[in-house]
Write a protein that binds this ligand. Structure first.
Ligand code: PAF
Length: 283
C-alpha cells in the first residue's frame, strides 16, 4: 500500500497506470473509517485493477457553524484498517495541497444542492462537488464508489459526471447498518449512550414508510410522511429536520407514489444531525 501526499505524484502515477491499461477505482473518504467505508473499498478492489482510497476532511463542505474542527480524525487507525484490506494507494493530501493560497474556483451544482440536506447546509454540495471533481482530475479513475446513505450526494455526483462529461461511473453501494438498523456514519461517535439508544428510530421510521407503501398500498405521499413524522416525534430526543419522498433520479418531490421512490430523512438526535434513506420499489 503506497501513501501519496502530493497531487503531482498522484497524477504521474495515475497517468502511468492508465497508460498500462489498468482500471482505477477511487473511494473518496473523509477518514474515520467504519464498516461502510470498508465495504466501498472491497467493492472497488473486486471491480478494478487498482484501488485508490482518498482521505481528506474537506473544509469547504462544512458551514461556518458546522463540525469541521471536531469532525473525527484517526489517520493511524484508518491506515491500520487499510493495511489489512490492502487498497493499492492511499491519497492523503493536506489542506494546502488541495486548496493553496489563491484557490478560488468552485463547482456550482445549481438548485439540486439547495433541497433536502442542502436547505439546512447551504453551499455544502458545491463543496462536495468541487472536491470530488478535483479528486477525479487527480486520480483519473474509471469508477467512483459512494455509499447510499448519502443519497442526495450520489444523485448530485451522477449529475456532475453527466453535465461535465467525466468518464467516471458513479457506483452506489448499499448502506451498511449496525445490528439495530442505525446507518453507519462517522458522526455516530458524537452520540452519547441515551442518544445511541434513540438513533435507530430513523431506520425504523423508514421501514414503517416502506410498509405503508408496499403492504397498505398507500399512494398519497403526504399521508405517508405524516405517519413517519408521528412515529419519529414519539422519541423525545428526536428533532425532525425533514422527511421527504422523492424521485430517485432527480430528487423531485413525489405527490403520488410512482415507483421507485426514495424516502429521505434528516433528524437531530440530541445535537447530532443524522440522515438516512430507503429506496422503495415495486415488490
Ligand atoms: O461522503 C463523504 O465522505 C464526502 O462528502 C466526500 C465524498 C469524501 C467528499 O469530501
Amino acid at each position: 500500500m503506497q501513501i501519496i501526499r502530493t497531487i503531482k505524484d498522484m497524477q504521474v502515477l495515475s497517468r502511468k497506470l492508465r497508460a498500462g491499461h489498468k482500471t482505477i477505482g477511487i473511494v473518496p473518504t473523509m477518514g474515520a473509517f467504519h464498516e461502510g467505508h470498508l465495504s466501498l473499498i472491497r467493492s472497488s478492489k473486486n471491480e478494478n485493477d487498482i484501488t485508490v482510497v482518498t482521505i481528506f476532511v474537506n473544509p469547504i463542505q462544512f458551514g461556518p457553524s458546522e463540525d469541521f474542527s471536531k469532525y473525527p480524525r484517526d489517520i493511524e487507525g484508518d491506515l491500520s484498517k487499510l493495511s489489512s484490506l490492502g487498497p493499492d494507494i492511499v491519497f492523503l493530501p493536506d489542506d494546502k495541497e488541495m486548496y493553496p493560497n489563491g484557490f478560488a474556483a468552485a463547482v456550482n451544482i445549481g438548485s439540486i444542492g439547495g433541497i433536502l440536506c442542502g436547505a439546512a447546509r447551504p453551499g455544502h454540495f458545491n463543496g462536495v462537488a468541487t472536491v470530488v471533481v478535483k479528486l477525479f482530475n487527480i486520480v483519473m479513475p474509471d469508477n467512483g464508489y459512494f455509499g447510499q446513505k448519502d443519497f442526495q450526494q450520489t444523485v448530485i455526483l451522477k449529475k456532475i459526471v453527466t453535465d461535465l462529461d467525466y468518464n467516471v461511473n458513479i457506483i452506489v453501494c448499499p448502506t451498511v447498518r449496525e445490528h439495530d438498523g442505525l446507518a453507519m456514519s462517522s458522526r455516530n461517535t458524537y452520540l452519547d449512550h441515551e442518544e445511541r439508544k434513540a438513533a435507530p428510530i430513523l431506520y425504523k421510521a423508514l421501514k414503517l414508510g416502506e410498509e405503508f407503501i408496499l403492504s397498505n398500498s398507500e399512494v398519497d405521499a403526504s399521508y405517508i410522511k405524516e405517519q413517519i413524522k408521528k412515529y419519529i416525534i414519539s422519541e423525545p430526543l428526536a428533532n425532525i429536520d425533514y422527511i421527504e419522498i422523492v424521485s430517485v433520479t432527480h430528487l423531485d418531490k413525489v405527490v403520488k407514489i410512482d415507483f421507485p421512490v426514495a424516502i429521505c430523512i434528516a433528524v437531530k438526535i440530541g445535537k447530532t444531525r443524522l440522515i438516512d434513506n430507503i429506496i422503495v420499489d415495486r415488490k
